[in-house]
Design a protein around this ligand. Sequence first.
Ligand SMILES: [Zn+2]
Ligand SMILES: [Zn+2]
Length: 209
Amino acid sequence: MIEAFPSGPFATNAYVVYCPNTKVAAIIDPAPESAENLFAYLDEKKLHLEKIILTHSHWDHFGDLKKVHDKFPVPIYIHPKDRENVISPGSDGLPLFIPITGMKPDKQLKEGDEVQIGELIFEVLHTPGHSPGGICLYSKKHSILMSGDTLFKGSIGNLSFPTAEPDKMWNSLDRLALLPADTQVYPGHGEMTYIKNEPWLKDAKKFFN
Ligand SMILES: [Zn+2]
Ligand SMILES: [Zn+2]
């Protein structure tokens, strides 16, 4: 149902999330150098790609967006507060290590919206802090959280970037700390974890401030 493809200079996790019953799929964060592996996986599993979702607009999360969209011209989803940097990569003040082509997202995702991937339903949690339009996708039914760069195994997203708002990050992490303990967490970098394995979450401010 969820396959990770760590790609590009920061081993950013590009994900394919798919519904086993309908074979409908979404790509989350088409990281640099991820496209070929994503295409091979979609093909191998005979999946039907329906959308591309960005957890936020740091370039390491959408370096291959154009490549993927050229092959599969499906709607691109992002929170409105992170939209601009997808259109003009680098406008967020983060230095680009590689050339990235700007793209126009088609759809916006906001707090409380529902994202459907076949029979899977994810709720959008707006989790600013690392980036103003950062989101997590949460499926209560399947106990899955796609956490972007808000929460990693044992850590959190960088708060020294120009896009960071530390005060908002503590609130966002407090919200994630309240999710059920068995929730599986699939982050933007590194291995998956569980909410119960991150007991520091509720005191994140103390550890990371
Ligand atoms: Zn980021
Ligand atoms: Zn990242």
